[in-house]
Design a protein. Structure first.
Length: 170
């Protein structure tokens, strides 16, 4: 019997959920589904340039699991690009923290800001401008806690995740 999949932490939803060659209707194309955790793995490894160990920690998985996720994701993206297929990003057992975390370098205060808002200008405690993003996402799962962390939204697989439109246009 296979082990159950644990929730994987992702930092945010993708801006777009479908990619396709210009001029080809989606209905006429074979579609490859990239799960949200696979999307996050590519984003962390290839866009942010993180080492596998760092990226795995951010996603709350082992380094070996991260390596498998990113390998599968890269293979899917390569197939989409080389064969001219459609790519849909959806599904997976993931959690999305509701807030981004920051830590003041001066007073060591940590605080959260909702995703979708601009970066704060100063520390709310000491008003210092010397702060940085805090790796351990504010309000997200801690090691050993259940996937239903009280401060995070959980998205399950399936097209109803974000009310995916039926008819995709060019």
């Amino acid at each position: 019997m296979a082990r159950p999949k644990f929730c994987r932490r992702i930092s945010q939803k993708p801006v777009w959920r479908i990619f396709k060659p210009v001029g080809a209707p989606v209905k006429a194309l074979e579609e490859i589904v990239l799960s949200m955790d696979e999307f996050e793995a590519i984003r962390l490894a290839d866009l942010e340039g993180l080492y596998q160990e760092q990226a795995a920690e951010r996603m709350n998985v082992s380094r070996q699991t991260f390596g498998r996720i990113v390998e599968v994701a890269r293979r899917k993206v390569a197939r989409v690009l080389s064969e001219g297929l459609a790519l849909r990003i959806e599904g997976g057992e993931v959690e999305i923290p509701e807030k981004r975390a920051f830590k003041c370098n001066r007073c060591q205060h940590t605080w959260g800001e909702p995703f979708g808002t601009s970066e704060p200008e100063q520390c709310p405690e000491c008003e210092s401008r010397a702060f940085c993003s805090f790796e351990d996402h504010y309000g997200s799962m801690r090691s050993g806690e259940a996937c239903r962390a009280k401060h995070s939204r959980k998205h399950r697989s399936g097209p109803s995740t974000w009310d995916v439109e039926e008819d995709w246009k060019e």
